[in-house]
Design a protein around this ligand. Sequence first.
Ligand SMILES: [Zn+2]
Length: 129
Amino acid sequence: MSEHPTIEQYEKSIQEGHYRAYKCVDCGAVLALPAGTCYGCGSNKMDWTDVSGKGKLISFTVIHIAPDEFADEAPYYVAIVELEEGSRISARLSGFDPLKPEEVKLGIPLVLAYEKGKSGKTYLAFKAA
Ligand SMILES: [Zn+2]
């Protein structure tokens, strides 16, 4: 059993291009976003789990006016993706023209990718499978 997962390690795993989700030790639920307690059973015993990286697009929005930190990167997509494991996460959407959102179809299969921002920070992203 690995060490108790922390937000810091979670962020670091994305920076290193090795995204991992939380997994509830008690009921096995996969939590794509870090949480202190399981939203399935309320347990606070968490471990890491690797995910398949496959998912589908649930919803998205185009950010035109970004917070200062990301201002140089706008416009860009922020998507809600449902992982194959059943948990949802928000991430960038890569490989689509942000000026043509009508070309992005809900429900399309996606795979985990990473996007390097202009700041040098790596973001969790998904692209068409
Ligand atoms: Zn649980």
